[in-house]
Design a protein around this ligand. Structure first.
Ligand code: AMP
Ligand code: ZN
Length: 567
């Protein structure tokens, strides 16, 4: 059934779709010819032979004569009648028996056979293939990863046992996806995918399949493996099976959501680290700087931390001294652990009236709840089903979209709301409904698919965490040996050493920002000292000093082009 459907899809795309339109026009033309012949037949029969036939009989006669079936049950008995029947037969042969089959073969059958022959799934990569990333399990996360790999010019190959998927991906070749068709754990398939020469393996199957894959890979070679895990507890098993990195994606998402949902008491959430330099986020609302400009807030003077970015409803901006720190925004900070501790001291205790609602107690919701539990921030969970993996939390068992469910649970007392079901339409609905009834609540939503991020923001979410983007970025960091940290789609924090042609110059004279658009977040001294966050323009760039920069992928590329890595 699936195969037939896949073949039918072929006829609904590209040139085949255009040809299908011509076929429909031709069929309309044939119906019109048959109707005209049927009317003429009735007219001639009545006027030449005095016999009366219905229109249905006329259509029946025209079809049997045009197709040369000619049962002979209805025939003319006069010369003009014979001439008319002969014309109908000849046009029938031309229209139905010559033009129609010819058109079907040349417009449909021929291109389809050609297409099938051209797109035979690849079973083996060329021998010279190397340095590629092998991806097992294609979903929103790995698709986002493929895009990022493409931007980083890292070749990637998807291994799939599904022939239809393989063919579809082969057709998408312009997207840079190469495919090998075969069972992921089959040693021959792994050899055909040139596993030994691969740069990395991304295992994104179910937990048991990932374990099997890791063991198969390890029986052949030492190619590093990054595996996604659904149940955080399975991470250990995956590492035992040979994975170098087990990414408990749902747990990370849960933590991401939880830190962003609290509105009181600053909880800095460390996004990434470069040695001693931490990149962290904090809701502005919980800090004494809320409503002040960056110059008034004096964050740097008071804590040593640098504000390198601001999130406001999904928009990331690099602030200037005049930028106002709005209460509903998130500040992205760079600094050391000690500097973050100093900030947390300034922001004071967790407010006692904070309450967070978590809609969805699956893997992500449960991780968010555990995170809040440790702070501690009080929360209420709502899920329509029991979570068999959790015996810690007691949720309200209701469908969160039900009328009055959230009201009865006391949502008007909540300061924050985490919307984390596994269905994006439900998430959009819950965000819209909650924003409508609780205009001031802080809503943090999970997007299972990247495409739904804008809808979630339109529905009123303050912050959306996309499962695909977060997962892809974590995996990319692993592949690129962590030379960059992810802030959002389109903004990277990345590390380089001071280019030799800039060594000895001041930051102002280096013209890094005007030439590349990148800003310097910090300098890392070569001896493991504390990083200097947002160094002043008169700072001299020493030799072998680490540079941590922030910029878009295009700006990062401009930097690499203008200042190639030191040899
Ligand atoms: P997970 O993907 O593991 O985080 O699971 C998502 C959770 O969302 C599951 O436990 C579902 O039962 C839950 N869920 C999905 N739709 C609804 C809904 N309409 N109301 C409450 N919970 C839901
Ligand atoms: Zn739980």
């Amino acid at each position: 059934m699936k195969t037939i459907a896949a073949e039918l899809v072929y006829f609904l795309r590209g040139r085949a779709r255009q040809n299908l339109k011509y076929l429909v026009y031709y069929c309309v033309f044939l119906v019109a010819v048959i109707l005209i012949y049927a009317v003429l037949f009735r007219y001639l029969m009545w006027n030449l032979e005095g016999r009366e036939f219905s229109l249905v009989a006329g259509i029946y006669w025209a079809i049997t004569v045009m197709t040369t079936l000619g049962f002979g049950d209805i025939t003319f008995h006069t010369d003009p009648g014979y001439i008319f029947a002969a014309i109908v037969t000849i046009t029938g042969v031309v229209f139905l028996l010559i033009i129609l089959p010819f058109g079907l073969i040349s417009l449909f059958l021929g291109p389809w056979i050609e297409h099938r022959l051209r797109y035979r799934p690849t079973l083996e990569l060329p021998d010279e293939t190397s340095g590629h990333v092998l991806i097992f399990g294609l979903d929103a996360i790995t698709r986002a990863l493929i895009l990022k790999l493409k931007n980083s010019r890292i070749p990637c190959v998807v291994v799939t046992p599904d022939m239809d998927e393989a063919l579809r991906l082969e057709e998408e070749k312009e997207d840079g996806i190469r495919v090998v068709c075969g069972t992921p754990t089959d040693p021959r398939v792994l050899r055909s995918a040139k596993l030994e020469a691969a740069r990395y393996v991304i295992a994104n199957l179910s937990d048991p399949e990932n374990v099997n894959l890791c063991l198969s890979v390890r029986s052949q070679c030492k190619t590093p493996i990054a595996a996604t895990v659904s149940e955080a507890a399975h991470g250990e098993l995956l590492r035992l099976a040979g994975a170098n990195l087990a990414v408990p994606l749902h747990k990370i998402l849960g933590h991401n959501l939880a830190t962003r949902a609290t509105t009181q008491g600053a909880m800095a959430h460390v996004l990434d680290s470069f040695g001693k330099l931490l990149i962290a986020e904090i809701p502005v609302h919980g800090t004494p700087f809320s409503g002040q400009t960056l110059a008034e807030a004096q964050v740097r003077q008071r804590t040593g931390l640098a504000v390198i970015g601001l999130w406001e409803r999904g928009v990331f901006t690099t602030p200037t001294a005049e930028t106002r720190l709005a209460g509903d925004s998130l500040a992205v900070l760079a600094g050391t652990r000690e500097q973050l501790d100093a900030l947390e001291e300034l922001t004071g205790e967790q407010a006692s009236d904070d309450l967070v609602f978590i809609l969805g107690h699956g893997r992500v919701g449960c991780a968010a709840a555990s995170f809040l539990d440790r702070k501690p921030v009080p929360f209420i969970l709502v899920d329509r089903e029991e979570n068999p993996a959790c015996d810690e939390h007691i949720p309200i068992y209701e469908d969160a979209t039900g009328r009055h469910v959230l009201k009865k649970a006391g949502i008007e007392n909540a300061k924050g709301l985490i919307v984390t079901t596994n269905d994006d339409s439900t998430n959009i609905f819950l965000t819209l409904a909650s924003r409508h009834t609780q205009p001031h609540i802080r809503i943090v939503a999970r997007a299972n698919d990247d495409e739904n991020v804008p809808q979630l923001y339109s529905a009123g979410a303050d912050f959306v965490v996309s499962q695909a983007s977060v997962g892809a970025s974590i995996l990319l960091n692993f592949i690129e040996s962590k030379t960059s940290a992810f802030l959002t789609e389109g903004i990277n924090v990345f590390r380089r050493t001071v280019p030799s042609k800039l060594a000895g110059q001041t930051i102002a004279n280096s013209h890094i920002r005007p030439k590349t658009g990148c800003s310097i977040v910090a300098l890392e001294p070569p001896q493991k000292g504390d990083p200097i966050v947002v160094p002043p323009p008169e700072t001299v760039l020493g030799k072998d000093v680490g540079l941590i920069l922030i910029g878009s992928p295009a700006q990062e590329e401009a930097f690499s082009r203008l200042f190639p890595e030191n040899r």
